[in-house]
Design a protein around this ligand. Structure first.
Ligand code: F6R
Length: 616
């Protein structure tokens, strides 16, 4: 969602801000802006659209050093929640007296009431955002309180919602302030410079030393250093950590798009996810470094919470864990979980899956699970995230920085970690015979090579993309453990090509969706050898009988007499049925990619989407 950058130091501020905003671009945004103080003047630039539009407005002299010993400023990429993505609604927003500028990530829920009160006091609003009321509130409170840290404490008592704020006040031209409440904010500590970022990605070009603010904290940056207090004014000793910054630098490595690069990274991602955890098929899975074993013994139920692609990974996990461990597993979209009263207790293990580790709904689901006494495992790609910090145990997926908004390698890595967790639970609970476990483990170790095999021959998928790329709708069907893979295939296609796509269990086709079928709606069918293979063939024949083009992603021994059911067949290698979603997902990722590329879409930054969804 919104990207936040703040800077105080010796480098020319505008290039620093633009570069940092660029590193956050991948998260998705629709307008951008920046503010800086120079010679006691607060200057603001804003533009809707891409960062380039903002860059084009800026005078060249802002890119030169102007002899100042210290520079201060901040920048923002906005993902619109309240008010259209226009220049006016872009951040920073400025107080009526022109002294204070503010940027914000999150949602101020009581903005209507605040706006009304402030309007009555004479404040003039220039945007349709929820954010603007905060800068007017700060202005109003500063009339009777000159100390900005105290003003911000008062502000925190008045705001309802989630917010990370950065504030620049030209009356304090060597200070930058930040506030964190349910939206991430990190301080970067460099040589003679301090930064603020909504993600460490924004600061790693400058430093690998960071302090993560916690909810309910306020920070002041100045040439003397940074100081943190909580919303009650008590000083906080913020922990400074050193991060492995190299892993957070985005590079396309010669691929046309990050998405294609990330799809191709999957064999290595699987190796890395398995490394040190699955050593040989004969050895037990090594997954936890802490006291987990004893605590997990008492668990009699699992609840998986996640959103989007991570939710689909969770569904694969349900099929796998229930099959191996014989323990009930429920999977629910975190945004639904949080607004009902799920039946969970201290014997329910909650697994929260999140690539970014900052998804607001998943984070809230974790907090609610803790309130009900359930232990929580986070499966995440970001060990430095809030979700990782707030969970009892973290299982990193080790996918490396995922830049493309469309999740691919993180899905694969999440599924691999769920497989490892299922195997671990099956072993520790002696739920399955050793030889069955060893068979699955051996197959897991073969997966990287099998994915490589699929990646080596993209031509048939490119041909399908040209053949079907102009379709208005597409349907993905599968059964069993590949049903979630079909949901994921449809999600990939719709989010980057904007073609309407739906995933269904093939058994559900005749309960409604079959009514839509005709020649104009291609049906992608996932057929893997196993108990549902013949059933899938029958379902495909039903679709073909309605004149639909059926495209098979097939690993089974297709009988000669059914081959004419399929307009196209993509062969994939055979593996254990429970592991097959890893292999069936890759061609669907590639199909979505090549269709979006064929249609000339913005593959890595699809419209309306954000990489890290920090508001509910
Ligand atoms: C789709 C996609 C989203 C995310 C969802 C959850 O390609 O990326 O559906 O999976 O927003 O995000 P995380 O996993 O960061 O919690």
């Amino acid at each position: 969602m919104c990207g936040i950058v703040g800077y105080i130091g010796k480098k020319s501020v505008v290039p620093v801000i633009l570069d940092s905003l660029q590193t956050l671009e991948y998260r998705g945004y629709d307008s951008a802006g920046l503010a800086f103080v120079d010679n006691d003047l607060l200057t603001v630039y804003k533009a809707s659209g891409k960062l380039m539009n903002l860059r084009n407005q800026l005078p060249e002299k802002l890119f030169e050093k102007n002899g100042k010993s210290r520079y201060i400023g901040m920048g923002h990429t906005r993902w619109a929640t309240h008010g259209a993505p226009t220049d006016q609604n872009a951040h920073p927003h400025v107080s009526c007296d022109g002294n204070i500028a503010l940027i914000h990530n999150g949602i101020v829920e009581n903005y209507g009431e605040l706006r009304e009160g402030l309007t009555q006091k004479g404040h003039q609003f220039h945007s349709k955002t929820d954010t603007e009321c905060v800068v007017h509130l700060i202005e109003e409170l500063s009339k009777s309180e000159p100390d900005m840290m105290k003003v911000l404490q008062q502000v925190s008592q008045r705001l309802v919602g989630a917010y990370a704020l950065v504030i620049l006040d030209k009356r304090h031209p060597d200070k930058l302030y930040g506030v964190r409440n349910h939206a991430p904010l990190v301080v970067g500590i460099g040589e003679d410079e301090l930064l603020l970022g909504s993600d460490v990605v924004a600061v790693v070009e400058h430093t690998n030393k960071v302090a993560y603010l916690k909810d309910g904290e306020i920070v002041e940056l100045s040439p003397q250093g940074f100081k943190v207090i909580n919303f009650y004014g008590e000083p906080i000793d913020a922990k400074v950590e050193t991060i492995a910054s190299g892993q957070l630098i985005a590079d396309k490595k010669g691929f046309k798009h990050f998405m294609l690069k990330e799809i191709h990274e999957q064999p290595d991602v699987i190796r890395s996810s398995l490394s040190g955890r699955l050593i040989t098929p004969e050895e037990p899975i090594a997954l936890f470094q802490s006291d987990a074993a004893q605590r997990l013994e008492q668990i009699n139920r699992i609840f998986i919470v996640a959103c989007g692609t991570s939710y689909h990974a969770g569904l694969v996990g349900k099929y796998f864990i229930e099959d191996l461990v014989r323990i009930p597993v429920e999977v629910e979209a975190a945004g639904e979980f949080r607004y009902r009263n799920p039946v969970i207790d201290d014997k329910t293990l909650v697994i929260a899956i999140s690539q970014s580790g900052e998804t607001a709904d998943t984070l809230t689901a974790i907090r609610q699970s803790h309130d009900k006494g359930s232990p929580v495992i986070a499966i995440t790609n970001r060990e430095d995230s809030t979700i990782a910090r707030e969970s009892d145990w973290v299982l990193p997926v080790r996918a490396g920085l995922e830049v493309s908004v469309c999740a691919t390698k993180s899905f694969t890595a999440q599924v691999i970690v769920l497989y490892l967790l299922g195997l671990y639970l099956a072993e520790t609970r002696k739920a399955l015979a050793a030889e069955n476990l060893q068979e699955i483990k051996s197959e897991l170790q073969r997966l990287p090579a099998l994915v490589e095999h699929i990646l080596h021959t993209p031509e048939p998928i490119q041909a399908l993309a040209k053949k079907y790329g102009n379709s208005r709708d597409m349907i993905f069907i599968a059964r069993g453990i590949n049903f979630p893979a079909a949901l994921e295939g449809a999600l990939k296609l719709k989010e980057i090509s904007y073609i309407h796509a739906e995933g269904y269990s093939a058994s559900e086709l005749k309960h409604g969706p079959i009514a839509m079928l005709d020649r104009s709606i291609p049906v992608v069918a996932v057929l893997t050898e196993g108990i549902v293979y013949d059933k899938m063939i029958s379902n495909c024949q039903e679709a073909k009988a309605r004149d639909a083009y059926v495209i098979a992603i097939n690993s089974g021994p297709m009988p000669e007499d059914v081959k004419d059911t399929f307009e196209d067949v993509l062969m994939i290698p055979k593996t254990h049925e429970l592991l097959s979603p890893i292999l069936t997902s890759v061609p669907m990722q590639l199909l979505a990619y090549y269709i979006a590329e064929f249609l000339g879409k913005d593959v890595d930054q699809p419209r309306n989407l954000a990489k890290s969804v920090t508001v509910e």
